[in-house]
Design a protein around this ligand. Structure first.
Ligand code: PMV
Length: 307
């Protein structure tokens, strides 16, 4: 068996979504493929599942693997530790590659299981990455169910409702700082701030409102307003302590050629995203500021099995 799942990009709402606030994400056209073949022992890329870099694969196998061992092979176009959801895509594609029935994939079940995997390995998390890698396309996360509901996911006292949302074609440029920061410690840092500081809690709520306003702006193709909201979202994330000087450099460089730019994913390094109608210029500015730049598109295909 073999399966593939896309990486993701959070347009609005990272970190705030962990507290149950709205967020908007899209799958991107960079994918992870996992191949599974019968073998005498469990291996991944010929190595032990116990190696730290395979902890998402190991946790996925612990939940979804059968009794018969497999040789797994992971091929990824999604840079890891870059805020582009590589671990979620690995978890989703691994679970799907372990699917043994003849029938179609149970996508909501995969999304739920992959969220549990991410929660186990990363600590506190939201289901935005794993659900986007499962469903593909644009995703709106809300506290309550609305039209176009895909599924809901619960954890402790929190409940997220994952919705399909239509996005127009967008020119998105990613700038990767090359600094890889762990999502878990950054999520824990924001929680610590929010628990101690009512102003930080208010910032998290403002990010939630920006997600709703930002999606509406994108859908009516008011990219000037969407860009302004991305800039504000970035400022709030920085105030919450997940910025980084290298992110600031790339965001500032990109803004000269964009409607707006913000960090995307967990921050602390990782990547930023710019919304632009001059992607080549924005990419050049990011490179000149020391980042790796590439263009991505929204990807409609979620998790799939491969022939
Ligand atoms: O950087 P990534 O791809 O792990 O994205 C993290 C997104 C957060 O909102 C910061 C955490 C989460 O679980 O939603």
């Amino acid at each position: 068996m073999a399966a593939s799942a896309p990486g993701k990009l959070i347009l609005f709402g990272e970190h705030a979504v962990v507290f149950g606030e709205p967020a908007v994400s899209t799958a991107i056209d960079l994918r992870v493929e996992v191949y599974a073949r019968a073998h005498t022992e469990w291996l991944v890329d010929g190595a032990s599942l116990d190696e730290p870099r395979y902890r998402y694969v190991k946790a996925a196998v612990a939940r979804a693997g059968g009794r018969n061992p497999l040789w797994l092979e992971v091929r990824s176009q999604v840079p890891s530790g870059a805020g582009l959801g590589s671990s979620a895509a690995v978890a989703v594609a691994t679970i799907a590659s372990l699917h043994r029935d003849a029938g179609p994939l149970d996508v909501p079940a995969i999304a739920r299981m992959a969220f549990e995997v991410e929660h186990e390995v990363q600590g506190r998390a939201s289901p935005v990455d794993t659900s986007t890698a499962s469903a593909g396309g644009g995703i709106l996360v809300l506290r309550e169910p609305r039209a176009n509901l895909l599924w809901s996911i619960e954890r402790d006292t929190r409940r997220w409702f994952l919705h399909r949302c239509e996005l127009p074609p967008l020119d998105l440029v990613i700038g990767n700082t090359g600094i890889s920061a762990g999502t878990g410690p950054l999520v824990a840092k924001v929680k610590d701030r929010v628990d101690r500081d009512p102003q930080a809690a208010q910032m998290v709520r403002e990010i939630g409102q920006i997600s709703l306003d930002g999606l509406r702006a994108i859908q009516r193709k008011d990219f000037v307003e969407a860009g302004r909201l991305m800039d504000r979202n970035h400022a709030l994330l920085t105030a919450l302590g997940v910025g980084h000087p290298s992110l600031e450099r790339l965001v500032t460089a990109a803004r000269g050629h964009s409607f707006g730019a913000k960090l995307t994913g967990a921050g602390g390094g990782g990547s930023m995203v710019a919304l632009t109608d001059t992607p080549q210029e924005a990419a050049r500015a990011i490179r000149e500021a020391g980042g790796k730049a590439f263009l991505v598109r929204s990807e409609p295909r979620g998790v799939t099995t491969l022939p």
